[in-house]
Design a protein around this ligand. Structure first.
Ligand code: ADP
Length: 293
């Protein structure tokens, strides 16, 4: 069983020609309302890739909370640890440009209510996936408990945030995008990628994957840097690509090594770029396998 702990949000997305500059208003037409949140997205990506998944998080007492719970359940995800909390469900306001790039502002709502006490029993859990849209102290407590129980810990250090070595030392697999890597690198910010990965790995994580958008991914394992190309697709919306990558990567690690798992995650993330939305654009195992064939 894979346990995903993190945020669950309702996403409001508007498509525009060019992303607005500060102070600028740009006009779009229709908007899309869809389930999101890095935690919930990664849980869905994992489940669609064929893994048994349990989600732990907090949904609000508004109608969105119930809607999001049902969305997870429809993907076969165990939601017994999704706590209903009085207050607003988290919400993300997404702007998508014509080139598929996006900007996102998130109102955390009750995602900030997730506490150490929410962690369910870890019996039967082999992998834990965490991100940074919930309180940092909860992330730390969950990682510590997982480490004690011998559970493999993946931290997707997103959104960008500097982290201390104590937390990094609890992480088996660290996954970041280029901006998040810079935020973690401190004195090494702006240095070459390979050097940054070497220094970062010295702070604790056993393996590190950096996603590089259309340039694919780089990963550090066993003291070496490797590259993996992206799959060529017509990208219309990259929202959820990073989350798809994380969820599918960890689902794949149950059966294969990091090199093969990164390739599988890249295929899934590329497919997620070909449709609008976060969870609704995430591929199923059959589509991933067709692209890999
Ligand atoms: P994030 O969305 O978290 O910033 P990235 O932009 O790095 O993450 O994208 C995550 C992964 O999604 C990449 O490593 C790549 O595999 C895939 N991806 C992103 N953009 C494209 C694209 N234009 N074409 C193909 N694959 C893409």
């Amino acid at each position: 069983m894979i346990l995903v702990a993190g945020s669950i949000n309702i996403d409001f997305a508007v498509q525009v020609q060019a992303l607005p500059a500060p102070g600028e208003t740009v006009m779009g037409s229709a908007y899309l309302v869809s389930p999101g949140g890095k935690g919930a997205n990664q849980a869905v990506a994992c489940a669609r890739a064929g893994a048994p998944v349990q989600f732990v998080g907090c949904a609000g007492s508004d109608a969105y909370g119930d809607q999001l719970r049902e969305a997870l359940q429809s993907d076969g995800i165990d939601t017994t640890s999704l706590r209903r909390v009085d207050g607003q469900t988290g919400a993300a306001f997404v702007t998508v440009g014509s080139d598929g790039e996006n900007t996102i502002a998130v109102a955390s709502g009750v995602n900030q209510a997730l506490r150490e006490a929410d962690l369910p029993e870890l019996n039967g859990v082999t992998h834990l996936i965490l991100q940074l849209e919930i309180p940092l102290e909860t992330v730390r407590a969950f990682a510590q408990a997982a480490r004690r129980a011998g559970v493999h810990v993946t931290l997707n250090a997103a959104p960008a945030h500097p982290l201390d070595d104590e937390l990094l030392g609890l992480v088996d697999l660290l996954i970041v995008n280029a901006g998040e890597l810079e935020a973690l690198c401190g004195a090494q910010a702006g240095a070459g990628l390979e050097y940054q990965l070497e220094v970062l790995s010295g702070r604790g994580p056993k393996a590190i994957v950096v996603t590089l958008g259309a340039d694919g991914a780089a990963f550090w394992t066993n003291g070496r840097c490797h590259r993996s190309a992206a799959f060529a697709v017509q990208a219309v919306d990259t929202t959820g690509a990073g989350d798809t990558f994380v969820g599918v990567l960890v689902a794949a690690l149950r059966h294969m090594d990091l090199t093969a798992a990164v390739q599988r995650a890249s295929a899934a993330a590329a497919l997620a770029c070909t449709q609008r939305g976060a969870q609704i654009s995430m591929p199923r195992l059959s589509a991933i396998e067709r692209l890999l064939a």
